[in-house]
Design a protein around this ligand. Structure first.
Ligand code: GTP
Ligand code: MG
Length: 802
């Protein structure tokens, strides 16, 4: 059958039929996937990527299958895009262009792009069928393939897409050569030894035409982020572990075939935890706590809500579901913005509140917080609430925000929490509906727990009222009891990470010094924020202990949180580890919290005129934690002038003995800039390299764009170039790109000319061992600046020119 014939047939059928047919033909040619000249299956794919590619193809089939059952789910398109993005364009052009992979991959993805399935899809489907037919032809099974294709179309016409997917893949009389090839395929897949047994069973079930369990299929397609970000081996282990999850009707499905066994199969029946986290953010007094009150049907009276000290945690059952949302209500005071990063997480729903202000201001504040979500929440979904609309309407530039944060914003709402049951009743109803929908969408991606995991969780919950801590040894014993190993893929460390993401415990993997996990997240948040809100930049340990123990604290479940002196160390350690504070080297009993230092500049007498100047210009916002963390990292070098440490909230003077150089660092939030001035000396470039390294490491944790600029020193002017009246700047990355292209002179737009070698000679560390500068970076990406290919670093440096 040729392409046009197939297309004509598909045109007469619902779109599902096209999806089902493409998935079927893809499945049929799967055993020929990436066949090398030596007839080795998978061998055409680079060894290092084989598992990843194979998993991508198999997951693509699953997306296609689910599209047949719930094609209009917007979440499915999101998942399809994410999986597609996991395979780079380069992979697709080279390795995936492989005929069998193409049939499998593109067809299944095209099928899943919900809204994009349109009248053209039967054509695409017909293309994939003919591609698959070519593979069949090359494999010498063309006649068999055609017979089955005819048969598929027959079933589609008579019984529809779902029936087709749940019928045997091959007519019995056509299973000759194919079975031989299947054996090769199975051997190649088993050789990968990355847990693909699961998929071989899965494939066997598709070949038999087993019934599709849609709930299970959903659980496999909507994987939690904590899983998708892992290796194919872990993803496969997870898929294996959820084979027996509860279906919605509550019965365990055990239609697994083959002889692969689960390590804990007899007690593996479990399901999702049914918990999602929502984070309420926004400036102080915009009404976050009030909105949470309204959702709990509590009255809101203007003027009586106290400031939220740090983070409050409350639970809320999503109406008509089994899912409980935990609301994390972040206090909006500026001094704790830097601290919030510790507790912002991915895979949450964010509710961002702004309140009535002039348009630019409200939009700017929304952007400020959206940058946080983008950076720390990895682009999680956000609902934007313009609150206090009873006073005056909040005017937000919605188009600008939608454009700047594509895919993140799921809705805008004008609300009044004081009038939520009055004049703004309808608006509140709309918000609540969208809110519940979004929570359920986040809930789709829940981790599916095994019974053993649930048992650990339950045990931890029972302990929480009595104790806020769990020793590492107790946790190990608990896992041991439930036969959760400390090795293997879904091990006790993995469980710990998941429990942290769910907000059940707080676990900082890097805090090896402490011997305990914190069972009650509130214990740590309350501890850290109590110290931050005390608003004293220098505090002795003993006083901090007194402060923490000064009044009883009750958590959301009514448990009293105790801060015995021995445990307070954990709060200090978390703050030190996460660079919220440092201890004075000359008096280690004194804790210094840079974010709480006075904001007035300290007198430092630094000579700007002769200094070299380098700065980071941030595109959207200067992260609050950057300067505090930098101060903590450099605290041993803080200059002491007349017995005074020269450090303040937004800046610091460093006296670096090792490099015999002074550096002044200052953050300017208005201009979104971090400036570094350096005294000149033989080691200036070394100190700059160290500082750059630190700054870039801190900001690399978040997804943010910046440019690196340098003030062009006059001594680097080319002979004959007139001395400019004002300071002139150049983009550091661009200068390096020019130097790498053997350009000698930089033409400043003002007309001045500078020697590139002289400029870079002052700012760059001489190339020797252990060099950390970027001048040897050669990665070329497909991006152009002014028509020239540039390196990744340079591309980032030039964001403001795009
Ligand atoms: N008129 C009016 N007042 C409101 C509204 N929502 C909240 N308020 C009042 O605004 C003040 C601040 O509200 P909160 O809910 O405490 O604000 P918040 O965002 O939690 O503040 P922080 O905890 O400091 O970050 C309180 O006095 C509320 O009563 C509203 O929609 N209209
Ligand atoms: Mg509050």
């Amino acid at each position: 059958m040729d392409r046009d014939e197939i297309r004509e047939q598909l045109r007469k059928l619902p779109i599902d039929a096209s999806v089902a047919l493409t998935v079927r033909v893809g499945l049929r040619v799967l055993p020929w996937l990436a066949l090398s000249r030596e007839k080795q299956v998978l061998a055409r794919w680079p060894t290092a990527h084989r598992s990843r590619f194979l998993l991508a193809v198999l997951q693509a089939y699953e997306i296609g299958l689910l599209a047949i059952w719930g094609r209009n789910q917007p979440q499915l398109s999101t998942v399809a895009r994410a999986r597609r993005a996991a395979v780079t364009a380069e992979d697709l052009n080279t390795t995936f262009a492989d005929a069998a992979a193409l049939a499998a991959f593109t067809a299944a993805f095209a099928a899943a792009f919900g809204t994009e399935i349109n009248a053209a899809f039967p054509t695409d489907a017909a293309n994939e069928c003919t591609n698959a037919a070519k593979v069949a032809n090359a494999a010498g099974i063309k006649t068999e393939f055609d017979l089955n294709l005819e048969n598929d179309l027959n079933i589609l016409r008579k019984k529809g897409a779902k029936a087709l997917i749940q019928s045997p893949l091959w007519l019995p009389q056509t299973l000759t050569k194919w079975t031989q090839q299947l054996t090769h395929f199975q051997a190649a897949v088993t050789d990968l030894s990355n847990g693909f047994d699961f998929w071989l069973d899965w494939y066997a079930a598709r070949c038999r035409g087993d019934e599709i369990d849609v709930d299970q299929l959903k659980a496999r397609v909507f994987l939690p982020e904590a899983i998708t970000s892992q290796s194919p081996q872990l993803i496969n282990a997870y898929l294996t572990s959820i084979r027996h999850i509860h279906t919605l009707s509550g019965t365990a499905t055990a239609k697994v075939s083959g002889n692969a066994t689960l390590s804990h199969s007899r007690d593996a029946i479990a399901g999702p935890l049914n918990r999602v986290r929502t984070i309420f953010i926004g400036d102080g007094e915009v009404g976050k706590t009030s909105l949470i009150r309204v959702l709990h049907s509590e009255p809101v009276v203007e003027g009586i809500e106290p400031k939220t000290p740090g983070i409050d945690i409350r639970e809320w059952r999503i109406p008509d579901t089994e899912i409980t949302a935990s609301f994390w209500d972040f206090g909006g005071q500026v001094m704790v913005h830097a601290t919030h990063q510790l507790f912002l997480r991915e895979s949450c729903l964010y509710v961002l509140l702004v309140s009535a202000r002039e348009k630019e201001k409200a939009t700017e504040r929304a952007e400020y917080w959206l940058e946080h979500v983008k950076s720390f929440g990895k682009g999680a979904p956000v609902l934007i609430v313009a609150n206090k609309a009873d006073k005056e309407p909040v005017r937000l530039d919605e188009n600008l925000l939608m454009e700047k944060y594509p895919g993140m914003i799921q809705g805008f709402f004008q609300l009044s929490t004081t009038e939520a049951q009055g004049a703004f009743r309808n608006q509140f109803g709309q918000f609540k509906q969208a809110f519940c929908q979004q929570l359920q969408a986040v809930g789709l991606h829940q981790v599916q727990f095994q019974k053993a995991h649930f048992a650990v969780l339950q045990n931890l919950r029972q302990r929480t009222p009595k104790q806020a801590f769990l020793t590492h040894a107790d946790y190990a014993a608990l896992c041991n009891e439930q036969r959760i190993d400390d090795h293997g893929v879904l091990n006790s460390a993995w469980l710990l990470d998941i429990l942290d993401k769910l907000g059940v415990i707080v676990h900082f993997p890097d805090m090896v010094e402490t011997e305990e996990y914190i069972l009650n997240p509130r214990w740590l948040t309350y501890g850290v924020y109590t110290i931050m809100y005390h608003d004293v930049a220098r505090i002795a340990r003993a006083d901090a202990v007194k402060l923490l123990g000064s009044k009883p604290v009750i958590d959301q479940d009514g448990n009293e949180l105790a801060y015995p002196p021995a445990k307070c160390r954990i709060v200090f350690e978390a703050m030190r580890r996460y660079k919220l504070c440092y201890f004075l080297p000359r008096d280690p009993d004194q804790m210094i919290i840079p974010a709480l230092l006075p904001s007035d500049i300290k007198q430092h007498g630094f000579n700007y005129a002769s200094a070299l100047e380098f700065h980071y210009q941030f595109e959207s916002f200067l992260p609050r934690h950057l300067i505090s963390e930098l101060i903590v990292e450099c605290h041993e070098d803080i200059a002491d002038i007349d017995g005074q440490d020269i450090v303040w909230q937004h800046g610091v003077l460093l006296d670096n003995q090792a490099h015999q150089t002074r550096a002044l660092i200052q953050a300017d939030y208005h201009f979104r800039r971090l400036s570094i001035w350096l005294t000149r000396g033989s080691n200036t470039a070394d100190l700059l390299a160290t500082l750059r390294d630190r700054v870039e490491r801190i900001v690399s944790r978040i997804d943010i764009n910046y440019a690196r600029n340098i003030r062009l020193p006059r001594e680097a002017l080319e002979p004959g170039s007139s001395i400019p009246l004002e300071a002139e700047w150049a983009n550091f990355g661009q200068l390096i790109a020019m130097r790498n292209k053997n350009r000698a002179v930089y033409d400043h737009p003002s007309g001045s000319e500078y020697s590139i070698a002289k400029v870079l000679g002052l700012f760059e560390r001489k190339a020797s061992g252990g060099d950390t500068t970027i001048n040897n970076s050669t990665t070329i990406i497909n991006s152009t600046v002014g028509g020239n290919a540039v390196t990744t670093n340079e591309a980032r440096d030039s964001f403001n020119q795009h």
